[in-house]
Design a protein. Structure first.
Length: 306
């Protein structure tokens, strides 16, 4: 059996078990809204924290979609994971029209540093953090996850520059992975959506600023030290080519890393199918496997790598 098929079988078995671990009477998560994690000039950058009934839960970070321009932390579709015992921080970050790339990555990494330092105050476990996102947020999740310790993308926002922004598991829902190929892979409709978004994010088309586009592409950042990766993508997505997820899965496999792509058959760009009971069980099994093991063996506020 290949490494890939072993990983798939293991995840499926764990997911089957996870289908039966939801509390019989799920308690509504506690939400602390509008926690400021950093400031960018005069702009306050905020997050909402969702906490499960039990304290000291493993921490996940959620990044919303919206073409790197719109969207909000208010839309957080992973309440079922809170009910399964995860704390989730849902972030707002600067839109591309306000801060071109890598502004959004600087914001997210500042939030990760803040969350690590504030773990005791808010009673979650930040020893091992998972990062998840959808669409452009999935792209950012994959990019942040594949650039642990990357000085150029770390930024200087926030008050905790000596803390680590590392993450230990990545879940990308229908996110971009290679900005150099995305337009060529896209449908005419997808080109119409992605072209203006990429121009706003990068200040021009990818081929006009290839070095920046490559820096912004997770496929070019993958190395053997990166965290495990789970991808979910619809095979009928009209605006984010599924080949983007295939490329990132391939980049992981090329260096022998743990990666799994779940193809959601018949699904387009988002929708309830990505967050139903079956897919939630698969995501929960992946996170349990990679975040709940060895939680007491590492410091919860590690110093960033040189």
């Amino acid at each position: 059996m290949t490494t890939r098929s072993k990983a798939s079988s293991s995840l499926a078995a764990l997911a089957a078990s996870a289908l039966f671990t939801v509390p019989a009477v799920a308690q509504a998560p506690r939400k602390i809204a509008d926690i400021e994690y950093a400031r960018a000039g005069d702009q306050s950058l905020k997050l909402d924290l969702y906490q499960p009934a039990a304290g000291h839960a493993p921490l996940l970070v959620w990044l919303h979609g919206g073409r790197w321009e719109v969207g909000s932390k208010d839309k957080m579709p992973l309440t079922a994971l809170v009910e399964r015992g995860y704390a989730i921080a849902s972030l707002d970050f600067r839109p591309a029209s306000v801060a071109r790339f890598p502004g959004q990555v600087h914001d997210v990494k500042a939030a990760l540093r803040f969350l690590r330092v504030q773990a005791a105050r808010y009673d979650y476990d930040a020893t091992r953090i998972g990062i998840l996102g959808e669409s452009s947020g999935g792209h950012l999740a994959a990019l942040v996850g594949t650039t642990n310790g990357h000085r150029e993308l770390e930024g200087t926002l926030g008050e905790h520059l000596d803390a680590s922004s590392d993450v230990h598991a990545i879940v990308s829902y229908f996110g971009a992975a290679d900005l150099m190929t995305i337009l060529a892979q896209s449908t005419p409709y997808g080109v119409g959506v992605r072209t203006p978004a990429l121009k706003t994010l990068l200040g021009g088309l990818p081929e006009e600023n290839a070095a920046l586009a490559r820096l912004a592409s997770p496929v070019f950042q993958v190395d053997a030290s990166d965290p495990p990766l789970l991808l979910l993508h619809g095979d009928q997505d009209p605006q984010m080519p599924i080949n983007q997820s295939h490329e990132l899965e391939g980049a992981y496999e090329k260096v022998g890393l743990d990666a799994k792509l779940i193809v959601v058959h018949g699904a387009g760009h988002g929708g309830a199918a990505f967050y139903d009971r079956e897919r939630t069980a698969l995501v929960a099994a992946f996170l349990d496997q990679h975040l709940r093991r060895g939680l007491a063996t590492e410091p919860s506020a590690a110093v960033a790598r040189p």
